[in-house]
Write a protein that binds this ligand. Structure first.
Ligand SMILES: C[S@@+](CC[C@H](N)C(=O)[O-])C[C@H]1O[C@@H](n2cnc3c(N)ncnc32)[C@H](O)[C@@H]1O
Length: 308
């Protein structure tokens, strides 16, 4: 049986950290006491796919502010066979286009994707969602590093990625993802919208855009709105509110300022009293090439008794 995994390449994707995260999940998840899983900064959903395969959770609530990403999840959930047909069409077009002309093909799809954005009703699944989801996947696979970036007009503006070959249609994974998403609630929303649904039997994993380690290393504008320090602090207040009022198990990850500035105690202050653990990451964005492989990231929880 194929194990579902992220169908997009995503900045800040957690696939490479799953093994280290495994020992940091709450005991209650292992013991089967967690009924609801929440991932309000969904992105590629690496943790969700891994947790949904391994543990028995009754409900999953998955959300992100990226409307096209959420649209694509919903299309895979409800219309994966139709989507696969469109993806096969894009794969064929890409494969039969000469290397020189692939750049033109990319620009054509990107232009169509941008021009079409005002015709999409993100609130209601309709037939025009299916080609849009296919274009979203096509652009993710063919653009530079799988980035998703919008300019001030809301246009996707990532350049072409120049890959020799790409796999646009991954039929097995698309079917596995669709199956695992069957019982998930997928929502286009700000992270704070999940508050009312969280209960004491919930596990919430927060993976916000990283706080940049340096001014120049910043890649936090996934949707055209910056997740700056003020927003990081707002999130920490939300974390504290959910902890106190809902008694749910909470885990959050972010960049570790100590990689560049050991004196920076931003997260220690924002999450004072909570457990802060360092894990070893191998990031491909926001990361000085020389340090790749040795950079650490923070995991903050409300359920382990030590502070790092
Ligand atoms: C670090 S990525 C998550 C990566 C994900 N864990 C993975 O494995 O691919 C952060 C995500 O948060 C989303 N985001 C940014 N601001 C948000 C907000 N206010 N509410 C919800 N999602 C937000 C971005 O669109 C992006 O997909």
């Amino acid at each position: 049986m194929h194990i579902a995994r992220p169908f997009v390449k995503w900045v800040g994707g957690k696939s490479r950290l799953l093994e280290q995260f495994e020992s940091l999940y709450p005991q209650e998840l292992r013991k089967g006491f967690i009924e609801n899983y929440f991932e309000p900064f969904l992105g590629g959903g690496a943790l969700y796919f891994s947790i949904a395969e391994k543990y028995k959770i009754k409900n999953a609530y998955l959300s992100d502010v990226n409307g096209d990403l959420i649209l694509t999840y919903k299309v895979i959930q409800k219309k994966h066979s139709d989507l696969l047909e469109f993806l096969a069409h894009y794969q064929e077009m890409y494969d039969k286009t000469s290397e020189k002309k692939r750049y033109d093909l990319f620009r054509e799809v990107r232009k169509h994707f941008n021009d079409q954005r005002f015709e999409i009703n993100y609130k209601k699944l309709s037939d025009n969602w299916i080609p849009r989801a296919a274009q979203f996947i096509f652009l993710n696979k063919t653009c530079f590093n799988g980035l998703f970036r919008l300019n001030s007009h809301g246009e996707f503006n990532v350049p072409f990625g120049k890959y020799d070959s790409i796999n646009i249609v991954n039929e097995e994974n698309t079917r596995a993802v669709s199956k695992i998403l069957r019982n998930a609630r997928i929502v286009h929303a700000d992270y704070s919208d999940c508050y009312d649904k969280i209960t004491a039997k919930s596990f919430v994993y927060f993976d916000p855009p990283y706080r940049p380690l340096t001014q120049t290393a910043s890649f936090t504008a996934y949707t055209g709105t910056e997740f700056n320090d003020a927003r990081q602090v707002e999130l920490s207040l939300f974390f504290q509110k959910v902890d106190k009022k809902k008694k749910a198990k909470l885990m959050l990850s972010n960049s570790d300022p100590a990689n560049v500035n050991p004196g920076d105690n931003f997260f220690r202050k924002a999450y004072s009293g909570y457990t802060i653990i360092r894990v070893c990451a191998n990031r491909s964005v926001n990361c000085d090439g020389a340090k790749r492989g040795r950079i650490s990231e923070l995991v903050i929880t409300n359920y382990m008794g030590r502070t790092g």
